[in-house]
Design a binder for this molecule. Structure first.
Ligand code: PEP
Ligand code: MN
Length: 336
């Protein structure tokens, strides 16, 4: 349920209403936008009499939210959420971000080369997997703790905030200096992991599962937000279909739908979506054109020898070209 307050409502009246609502055992969520103040209610609202609330002097309107996701719902928070990742780096609300780096952290030399290159091209956030969710147990699983150490080294050297994937909540202490924690597609519905991440104050990039619809993605975001961590970035990375020429099928309509349904930022990963370096640029351009808040792109200094996802990785030069072209799309869209 959401309660929109009249414009001139004073703080004391608002607090009195919130205290009264909470006496029904529901939790309240206040969103003070530029044009409207909204109180969102989460929990069992069946005992709350909407007519009674509608009749209050300070109340503009009362609406029951039919969707099962509440905190992630745009009705709860009409303005776009902007997530401050580092001092000068934000995601959401029109601040287009490039997240770039290798699929997996492999060596100090690799991280140094790639981090420097993507920063020079305009990436604002460095990616790299230390714990890799591989289909085969015989494939490279990541450098684990050492991988995080190398990411932190690269962060220190370049000043870029870093993002890396968590697979086991027991590893959380290793993520203390990580700027964004990634939940990969395979863990999108690992609810116990999501609940624990909800207790942290780190931004979480939540990737859409291989075969999950958008309601399920938003419900997973809700799991994190319900725990108190509202800094969630959604990521469309393609879903599994009958198509075999691409690794997955990039669902760009997800960007428009998620922006309509939710206030959370939406980034697109054209690397895992297509599986081929040559399709990354066209899909990156399309993602920018349809309103994505950023891109996550795999970049490797030597793609043919990458230990993971070489075929879909761009060289630093190719990444530079993508950034320049995406910027042209973003410029062309200004005022569109
Ligand atoms: C990744 O970004 O490293 C990754 C494994 O992606 P996904 O979870 O989307 O497959
Ligand atoms: Mn990868």
């Amino acid at each position: 349920m959401i309660i929109a307050l009249k414009k001139d409502t004073c703080r004391e009246e608002r607090e009195r209403l919130i205290t009264w609502l909470e006496s029904y055992g529901v939790r309240t969520h206040l969103s003070e936008g530029e044009f409207q103040t909204i109180i969102g209610l989460v929990g069992d609202t069946t005992r709350i009499d909407t007519d009674l609330i509608s009749g209050l002097e300070i109340v503009e309107s009362v609406t029951r939210i039919s969707e099962p996701f509440k905190k992630a719902n745009r009705k709860f928070h009409p303005d776009d959420t902007v997530i401050q990742v580092a001092e000068n780096v934000a995601v959401g609300g029109g601040q287009f971000q490039f997240i770039a780096g290798p699929c997996s952290v492999e060596s100090e030399e690799q991280m140094e080369t790639v981090a420097k290159a993507v920063k020079a091209s305009g990436a604002g956030i460095l990616r790299g997997g230390a714990f890799k969710p591989r289909t085969s147990p015989y494939d490279f699983q990541g450098l684990h703790e050492e991988g995080i150490r190398l990411l932190l080294e690269a962060k220190k050297r370049t000043g870029l905030p870093i993002i890396t994937e968590i697979m086991d909540i027991g590893h959380l202490p290793l993520f203390e200096q990580v700027d964004i924690i990634q939940v990969g597609a395979r863990n999108m519905q690992n609810f116990e992991l999501l609940k624990e991440l909800g207790k942290t104050d780190k931004p979480i990039l939540l990737k859409r599962g291989l075969a999950n619809n958008l309601k399920e993605l938003l419900m997973s975001a809700e799991y994190i937000m319900a725990g108190g961590n509202e800094r969630v970035i959604l990521c469309e990375r393609g879903v599994r279909t009958f198509e075999t020429y691409t690794r997955n099928t990039l669902d760009l309509s997800a960007v428009a739908v998620l922006h309509e349904l939710s206030h959370l930022p939406v980034v697109v990963d054209p690397s895992h979506a297509t599986g081929h370096a040559r399709y990354v640029k066209p899909m990156a351009l399309a993602a920018a054109a349809c309103g994505a808040d950023g891109l996550m792109i795999e970049v490797h200094n030597d793609p043919p020898h990458a230990r993971c996802d070489g075929p879909q990785s761009l060289t630093p030069e190719q990444f530079d070209d993508v950034v320049k072209s995406v910027r042209k799309v973003l410029d062309a869209l200004k005022g569109a």
